[in-house]
Design a protein around this ligand. Structure first.
Ligand SMILES: [Zn+2]
Length: 220
């Protein structure tokens, strides 16, 4: 267990999260109990390589190499190269997945559910925490109190699909497309399944309490 003093700190939602606090919170055993998602989810990336400009499935690995992502931080998930992010995928974000896909790739709802909230008005990005508030994202609520979240989406790409808060979207439906926004230095989709954790007294997060869950994708 981590020192209790951290429970006195107010953590804001990730777009304005204090990274030092996050690193401290990350030591809590709560995040490392191996809890798995109870839902079943599709990989949110289209099964066939999306011909977005010069990109293809093969080029995604090349892209990772070009960006000098260390080999030991690369892994494959559902046929797509992903990168570990040991700085930011900790604590409540432990099970986040960074899919290394090119900007302009359509993003699929990983399961049917209702659109809880989204932001797609931003159009800036950079490799600096000051860009955290500029991330475009969408949250979709599913069964078991679980929510899927998709980050670093392109400006206007959610509204362009006629999606509104409260809408019901179907599993596999296109809900937006990637396009670097927020705090990032590379083309990718940041994806997590999280569970609201309001009822857990061990959760050290003040304010919004949540926890990412480990998942295994259904095949397309
Ligand atoms: Zn990420």
């Amino acid at each position: 267990m981590m020192p209790l003093r951290h429970t006195q700190q107010t953590l804001r939602w990730f777009r304005s999260q204090n990274m030092e606090e996050l690193q401290l919170i990350a030591q809590h055993s709560l995040w490392h109990d191996g809890e798995k998602s109870r839902g079943q989810y599709l990989c949110p990336i289209p099964a066939t390589p999306w011909k977005a400009g010069r990109w293809s499935l093969r080029s995604w690995k090349n892209f990772a190499q070009v960006k000098n992502i260390p080999e030991d931080q690369l892994y494959e998930c559902h046929g797509i190269w992903c990168a570990r992010s040991p700085q930011s995928h900790v604590g409540p974000y432990l099970h986040a997945i960074d899919f290394l896909i090119p900007d302009g790739t359509p993003i699929l709802a990983a399961q049917s559910g209702s659109v809880e909230r989204f932001s797609d008005e931003n159009n800036v990005w950079g490799d600096d925490p000051e860009f955290r508030d500029s991330v475009n994202f969408i949250d979709i609520r599913h069964a078991f109190g679980e929510v899927t979240e998709y980050c670093h989406l392109k400006k206007g790409s959610i509204r362009a699909r006629g999606i509104k808060v409260g809408d019901f979207v179907k599993c596999g439906q296109i809900i937006g497309e990637t396009g670097k926004t927020g705090w990032t230095d590379r083309d990718h989709l940041h994806f997590i399944v999280f569970r609201d954790d309001e009822g857990n007294p061990d959760n050290p997060l003040q304010g919004r309490k949540f926890k990412s869950l480990s998942i295994r994708f259904l095949s397309h």
